[in-house]
Write a protein that binds this ligand. Structure first.
Ligand SMILES: [Ca+2]
Ligand SMILES: [Ca+2]
Ligand SMILES: [Ca+2]
Ligand SMILES: [Ca+2]
Length: 522
């Protein structure tokens, strides 16, 4: 761990990138997912939220294709023994920067999965309500009968300002518990989070469904869908919804809402404004502000973008990259890699949209390592590789042509351990599916289940993707069967597929029904 302290370890790519192109790039394949429309913040010079397709497909990887090879050595400048000296220097630099490609596995798994791995049949398939249902899905026991329900939503979008326009709760047999909203105005798909979450906000043991519609945060009774409260918020503060504990109440009683990229508002449960922050630390906001109690005082700090805010909304520190110009874009994702007694002991992983970077910082914002040059997007943290200390980090590289979409496995020091290239790897999750205590890697688009060697060991059966124009599917985990073991859920705009985790272990401590708290696509 000490190796990287205070030292930026950039993985500089020498010569041409190692190509991993396999399939023919298809029109529309670069979906620019999540940032398709214009950002609303102060545009920065060179800021392109939809940048990311800069890395061109470069053909099949060649055997022996090394980042250190290339036309350089063909130059007469490097003739004779100087060539040998330069080669040694480059090797030493490559060894130091770790730029040797993945060390454990490098898998290409594109095209139809066929039957190369056992098919995993869904335990339940639930058709989403035709009028009110949508691709945004969360799950929980909303009526308190001990069985899980799903809640799905549509969103209305205009110029990348969107709000939740419907919600519908359904039992796993497909029957509808309740419907809310206006089904005539919204869309079923998303290009970002949709502000709709399940949470027992008042702590009475029964879940509420909370959502952001234009100008209001709406609290619905989980069992009936009746509006319990409607709290005023700014018209465009409807991008996402995050519960947190700013007040030190001992549970998440406060709520954050935000615009797409510019401003965050914090309210307590009564709807009193606690604070608001515009351009935290001088940068755009993250897609989802991430609550983390970094100093263990029982109040959440908020990773609001590149700035960590204290519970009162003041900037505690700002991430400063030493590798890239972070004014390009915004924070895509922040995850806790390791918790600690003190902020120094924490490890956070951050991905930088537009700036093409992934970084690890401690809880004081000190940069421990950075890997740049790719549009790293969403990170999962878990113990994947046996015989190595965990945790590891799984992160996708977005904005690649269809058929050339990599997932990387990194260790806690930023070393590149593995790579899996699928047609579209944007939505992924970690889950122990085999029951050995180690996480497998799940990919939504192709239903792939991969082990720590990058080998596909199962295929979650669902209809084949209709190609690059219809490839958004999200993957969620959570106990859907009631045995306490987290299951896998893949959603399409029409239905959800639930896969019962037969071998997985029940986590220690109390478990709850349904999907992740503060679920996000990032
Ligand atoms: Ca229920
Ligand atoms: Ca409640
Ligand atoms: Ca704190
Ligand atoms: Ca496992």
């Amino acid at each position: 761990m000490g190796e990287g302290f205070g030292l930026v370890r950039m993985r500089v790519r020498f010569g041409r990138d190692r190509g991993w192109a396999v399939g023919k790039p298809q029109k529309g394949g670069s979906a620019c997912w999540g940032t398709r429309a214009k950002p609303q913040g102060k545009p920065q010079k060179g800021d392109s939220p939809c940048s990311g397709t800069r890395a061109k497909p470069q053909g099949k990887p060649q055997k022996g294709d090394s980042p250190c090879s290339g036309t350089r050595e063909d130059s007469p400048l490097f003739a004779g023994w100087w060539r040998g000296v330069l080669g040694c220097v480059l090797l030493l630099v490559a060894a130091y920067t770790g730029d040797g490609g993945p060390t454990l596995f490098d898998t290409v798994d594109t095209g139809a999965p066929g039957e190369k791995a056992p098919l995993i049949r869904p335990w339940r398939v639930v058709g989403l309500d035709a009028e009110y249902g949508g691709l945004w899905v969360v799950a929980g026991d909303v009526d308190g009968d001990g069985a899980v329900e799903i809640v799905s939503a549509e969103n209305f979008n205009e110029g990348d300002v969107h709000y939740t326009s419907t919600a519908v709760a359904q039992r796993l047999d497909g029957t509808v518990l309740w419907r809310w909203g206006d089904p005539d105005i919204g869309r079923k798909k998303w290009h970002h989070d949709v502000a709709c979450q399940i949470h027992d906000w008042d702590g009475d043991g029964r879940n509420e469904v909370v959502l952001c519609t234009k100008g209001h945060l709406v609290e619905l009774d989980g069992a009936t869908g009746q509006e319990r409260r409607r709290l005023p918020i700014p018209d465009d503060a409807t991008d996402c919804l995050v519960f947190c504990d700013l007040s030190g109440a001992g549970r998440p009683t406060d709520v954050l809402v935000k615009t797409r990229y510019t401003q965050i508002w914090a309210y307590n449960r009564r709807g009193t404004l606690l604070w608001t922050v515009k351009h935290p630390g001088g940068y755009r906001t993250a897609h989802q502000p991430r609550p983390i109690d970094i100093d263990g005082d029982g109040r959440d700090e908020i990773m609001a973008g590149y700035a960590l805010l204290n519970p009162y909304g003041a900037v505690r520190w700002v991430f400063q990259s030493k590798a890239v110009d972070q004014r390009r874009g915004h924070l895509d994702c922040a995850r806790v890699v390791r918790r600690g007694e003190t902020p120094e002991d924490f490890r956070l992983v951050l991905t930088c949209c537009g700036a093409d970077n992934i970084a690890c910082v401690d809880g004081n914002g000190t940069v421990l390592w950075e890997v740049s040059g790719h549009h790293f997007e969403s990170a999962d943290v878990g113990h994947v590789v046996p015989d190595r200390p965990g945790p590891q980090i799984v992160v996708d590289i977005d904005h690649r042509p269809y058929g050339q979409s990599p997932l990387w496995l990194l260790d806690e020091q930023g070393n590149h351990l593995g790579r899996i290239v699928t047609d579209y790897s944007r939505h992924h999750a970690l889950l122990d599916w085999t029951g050995d205590g180690l996480a497998e890697i799940l990919v939504a688009h192709n239903g792939g289940l991969y082990n720590h060697r990058g080998k596909r060991i199962g295929t979650f059966r669902l209809p084949a993707p209709k190609g690059p124009d219809a490839f958004e599917r999200s993957i969620l985990t959570g106990d859907m069967t009631g045995d306490g073991v987290p299951d896998a859920i893949i959603t399409t705009p029409e239905r959800i597929y639930i896969y019962k985790n037969e071998k997985g272990r029940k986590p220690a401590g109390p478990t709850t029904l349904g999907t992740e708290f503060n679920f996000t696509l990032y």
